[in-house]
Design a protein around this ligand. Structure first.
Ligand code: ZN
Length: 75
């Protein structure tokens, strides 16, 4: 089994896989993947403050994903 890259939709928090994701947006923070067109357009329309809120959640969730892959000592 090859390891799949996994990331998180910053809008709804669903897990998404970049290799099969059709909803992609780029901004100054990098490339972002979304589970649906709705989430992508929500993100694209969001102002800077709203995006910041997405980022806060996104970062937390990413930490969780990494933790679940390793051991308990990541907390
Ligand atoms: Zn989504």
């Amino acid at each position: 089994m090859s390891e799949r890259q996994q990331t998180i939709d910053p809008v709804c928090g669903k897990d998404v896989y970049p290799d099969e994701c059709q909803f992609v947006s780029d901004d100054e923070k990098g490339t972002h993947y979304f589970c649906s067109k709705d989430c992508q357009s929500t993100f694209d329309k969001a102002d800077a403050k709203t995006k910041k809120g997405f980022w806060a959640r996104y970062t937390d969730r990413l930490k969780d994903v990494q933790c679940s892959r390793t051991t308990q000592d990541c907390r």
